[in-house]
Design a protein around this ligand. Structure first.
Ligand SMILES: [Zn+2]
Length: 93
């Protein structure tokens, strides 16, 4: 699969997860998707990590607008808290 297609699949999975659905992982087909926005709380600009807790793959998307309804961690969140929340997944993009 081309890399850009892989990214598109993951982005659609992320959007579906944010909407409250249970999308299947593009890599292993499990419904174990999790995500976290990290961004500037006033501008709502930041990045998105979306990953699968079953196969530990995912994507990192920088420069995104964080949707109002999504919880986000502030950009200055200490590393130890980020690492607790976001696993060291294999970035497929
Ligand atoms: Zn998976």
């Amino acid at each position: 699969m081309k890399k850009i297609e892989t990214l598109k699949k993951w982005l659609s999975v992320a959007a579906s997860e944010v909407e409250g659905n249970e999308p299947r992982c593009p890599s292993c087909a499990e419904t174990s998707i999790d995500y976290q926005y990290v961004g500037n709380v006033s501008s709502h600009l930041g990045y998105l990590d979306v990953w699968c807790t079953a196969c530990n793959t995912g994507v990192h998307v920088s420069r995104v607008v964080v949707p109002e309804k999504s919880g986000m961690l502030p950009l200055d969140t200490p590393d130890e808290i980020l690492l607790e929340r976001i696993p060291d997944f294999k970035n497929v993009f």
